[in-house]
Write a protein that binds this ligand. Structure first.
Ligand code: S6P
Ligand code: ZN
Length: 184
């Protein structure tokens, strides 16, 4: 019996995935309309500027019950007005599905918001591990001067509800005040 070679690699220092069947998606400034408070500042930036990049591995079809998805996200450093570059943020479409994040490089903040719009924030720093409970929206923010990368693992039937956040937002934002991140 042969011992098979792994077909998938995760680089522990950079978080990058390699191998067959790795998917990639990007979010450019043009894709983030309605996400930041200062729409004029967003519209004034180069629209093809990369805000974040995601690599993912889906070993089963999206929506399959019982599987797990794996990915990484790199948020580039930058601001729209005084608000740091961040992900769109989402609830899971199946709201009772949780998720893990872990920070690989850079300095970030994880924003959580429950269904009552109570928002709280956790520092993300290399090695920090974060559990997202069910029914809690999550958004990540790069508050440093270098790319911030984190890993993610979530159920294959979780799905994404982006609409709620796009229309209602989080009840707090991360902005730079006197050179430091502040939750307002
Ligand atoms: C998926 C997981 C991440 C995000 C990624 C981008 O459940 O939470 O892979 O998709 O960080 O964020 P967003 O909010 O644009 O999907
Ligand atoms: Zn998620």
């Amino acid at each position: 019996m042969n011992i098979l070679k792994p077909e998938l690699f995760f680089n522990n220092s950079t978080g990058q995935l390699s191998g067959n069947s790795i998917g990639e998606k990007t979010a450019r400034i043009a894709d983030l309309k309605g996400i930041f408070a200062d729409e004029a500042a967003r519209a004034a930036l180069p629209q093809d500027m990369l805000a974040y990049h995601v690599q993912y591995y889906f070993p089963v079809a999206e929506g399959t019950e019982g599987g797990l998805f794996f990915g990484n996200t790199t948020i580039y450093p930058g601001k729209v007005g005084d608000e740091y570059f961040m992900t769109k943020g989402h609830f899971h479409a199946k709201g009772d599905r949780g998720e893990y994040y872990w920070c690989i490089q850079g300095q970030g903040v994880l924003l959580y918001m429950d269904r009552d719009r109570k928002t709280w924030a956790k520092e993300m720093t290399p090695g920090s591990l974060h559990y997202m409970p069910a029914h809690v929206a999550h958004r990540t923010v790069n508050v440093g001067n270098a790319p911030m990368t984190f890993g993610a693992c979530w159920p294959s039937d979780a799905g994404h509800d982006y609409g709620t956040i796009l229309h209602e937002g989080f009840s707090a934002r991360l902005v730079e005040r006197n050179g430091k991140p502040a939750l307002v």
